[in-house]
Design a protein around this ligand. Structure first.
Ligand code: ACO
Length: 271
């Protein structure tokens, strides 16, 4: 039985470095890992020492997807109750991550298969190594990409690319994933941590309330009509004004118009 070490956490300079930590199993997501990941998100979400969460992987994999033995075969042997429980645990932390209070970055160092596309999509931004390899291997062992994965690729990719990955199970490397817009950027593996740190620090310089409302808005408005989105965004800005006790937007205008200490077109105001 594995203990809690299936996920590692290091908080440093307001960045929470959360790693899938089953390198010997290529960071496959077992029920134990899924339960631990939910606890970790709980611990970090409203921790004032954390401004950004980075999700990485130890060893050669980011995540080899769901654990075919522990998540599929062993839970299926427990019947429908076991299957539904395991699904709720994995979908649960993916959902929690999608709507996480702080901005999140997937730092994809290596293999990313199947179910791994769930947390990949759940992260707001994604930076990968050129050496990373992405694939929907479900078709190779006889299932469809479930657990939201088909929805993820249809939301992120043009239909031809989504269909190609789904039907062929072909691997694409980091550069191809970036060209396809599955991730924001691909950089050589030795630069991955430095580049991710740079992006995380850039996010840390922004108003945290604005970040949370803005990231939710990007995920929400896609399924709305224009009028619905317009109305939603007005209401959300008003809600953000309520939550932002620092009245950041007024301070941002003051530093630009009165103090002339920065230019909003070129960077963020001093928090
Ligand atoms: N589930 C369970 N165990 C896994 C998984 C997985 N998804 N991926 C790797 N492992 C285990 C292997 O069984 C092996 O265990 P063992 O040492 O006890 O024999 C160990 O991790 C190392 O795996 P290798 O295959 O030896 O590692 P290698 O580096 O040669 O290959 C690769 C890596 C390509 C990731 C390969 O392990 C693989 O194809 N894994 C399955 C990927 C996959 O199809 N995932 C499911 C996607 S579909 C879904 O998530 C719903």
């Amino acid at each position: 039985m594995e203990d809690q070490d299936v996920v590692s956490v290091l908080v440093e300079n307001r960045i929470a470095w959360v790693n899938f930590a089953r390198p010997a199993k290529r960071n496959a997501m077992s029920p134990t890992l899924n339960r631990r990941m939910m606890e970790v998100l709980d611990e970090l979400e409203f921790n004032d020492d954390v401004g950004v969460l980075v999700l990485g992987g130890e060893g050669t994999a980011w995540s080899a997807g769901m654990d075919l033995k522990e998540y599929f075969r062993e839970t299926e042997s427990l019947g429908l109750r076991g299957v539904r429980k395991s699904q709720a645990e994995s979908y649960g932390w993916f959902r929690r991550l999608r709507w996480f209070q702080k901005p999140t970055i997937a730092m994809v160092n290596g293999w990313c298969f199947g179910g791994g596309f769930g947390p990949l999509f759940a992260c707001d931004l994604a930076i990968c190594a050129d050496e990373a390899q992405f694939g929907l291997s479900e078709i190779n062992w006889g299932i469809l990409p479930g657990g939201g994965v088909t929805k993820v690729v249809v939301d992120l990719l043009p239909m031809r690319d989504a269909m190609w990955l789904t039907l062929t199970g072909d691997l694409i490397d980091g550069k191809a994933a970036s060209a396809m817009r599955l991730v924001n950027e691909s950089v050589p593996l030795e630069q991955l941590k430095a580049r991710t740190t740079q992006v995380a620090e850039m996010l840390l310089s922004k108003n945290p309330v604005a970040l949370k409302f803005a990231k939710d808005a990007v995920r929400r408005v896609g399924t709305m009509t224009y009028d619905e989105a317009e109305d939603y965004l007005v209401r959300m800005q008003e809600a953000a004004n309520f939550h932002d006790k620092s009245e950041g937007r007024k301070e941002g205008i003051r530093q630009f118009i009165d103090e002339k200490s920065y230019k909003p077109g070129l960077g963020a105001y001093d928090l």
